[in-house]
Design a protein around this ligand. Sequence first.
Ligand code: DOR
Ligand code: ZN
Ligand code: ZN
Length: 413
Amino acid sequence: MQADLLVTGFLFHKGRVLEGGIAVVDGKIWKVGKESTLPKADQTLKTRKLVLPGLIDMHVHLRDMELSHKEDYFTGTCAAVAGGFTTVVDMPNTVPYTDTAGKLKEKMEVAKGKIVCNVGFYCGFPRDLNEVDEINRHALGFKVYTYRSEEEWDPQSIASLVEASRGVVCFHCETPAKKPEPSFFDVDAISALHTENSELEAIKHVLSSVKKSVHICHVSTPASVMVCSGRATCEATPHHLLLSKEDARRIGVIAHVLPPLRNEPERLLRLLSEGRIDVIASDHAPHALEEKEQLAPGFPGLETTLPLMLTLVNDGFLSLRRLVSCLSSNPARILGLENKGEVEEGKDADLTIVDLKAEHVIDASRFYSKAKFSPFDGRKCVGKPYATIIGGEVRMENGELFVKKGCGSVVTP
Ligand code: DOR
Ligand code: ZN
Ligand code: ZN
């Protein structure tokens, strides 16, 4: 039998790197092995590069609908594919807010016609807990913002949601009691409002409210990581791993993000290399530049995350094994995506091929994201995505996208 696609290179397979190939049939990995043992294929992609399981970003804001001026499903997923991601999971803080089964399904319907990679969705804290069963059928999980409403802080209602959810429940952890936001970018005022302690207290509060493991988003300090240990999975962003409060002062409002950048990010990075952080996620949060100037928090991350993390591999701060765990296998496991996260026969043919030695400079003006700015703009990196293969289709090669609006798939549980 002839395969649809044959990919060769240095495969990341069962925790090791081996030279060989992957034969793909019907969007699935059919055979993995030495090139000489593999069948012929209609299409071949012969590289001498590293072939990783498709990367999964479990924390992105694709926006669209009434926030389409910031990003839409097409531009956001183009940014994902360009950045080497095969699957992303979209957050519910959209306009309209995603907090009913109806609005969730509407969003998925709109996305279907525009996405170019695999996209799963989280639902926000449901307006009606009776809808959780229905939401469970469509969403990969829920996202709770502990500071957002009384319900989202209430231990009983948190417990009920976690109990009823069949997917992962993710938390943005901050205590609710707060003064108004400052009206201009003042690093000290913002840190005083969004303190390390407020994050830690909120995590402890969530963990003491639930009986099952949950997922804590964008931890920004070592204390937050340590309190999750054995009780919850946790995620860190490239910016909290690589940028400090001092960097925020130097870069200015472009670097404004919540949680804010902290002192000594290298301590968080050490915990990542020690295997104490489960997931690396971009928290891709695009805004219009005018909105940034008005203190909108966040910035795009889909096109910078992989180069930044590969640079850490080259610099010896992160092993390739940990990179693959945090960007593919662990997110797949946490999201319950059994057919993703490994290069193995029978799994989906989602692959990210990287050029580990490519030296380049991040240029935000060339992003596919509508948000063409980044606190990492101008940063030198070593390593970048070379090709993105989704369901056996080459969607990006050597920086060029091969996508049609709507060629992506909505991922359901
Ligand atoms: O910086 C952030 N941006 N933090 C959040 O919690 C929300 C996000 C956004 O949606 O823009
Ligand atoms: Zn958040
Ligand atoms: Zn977010």
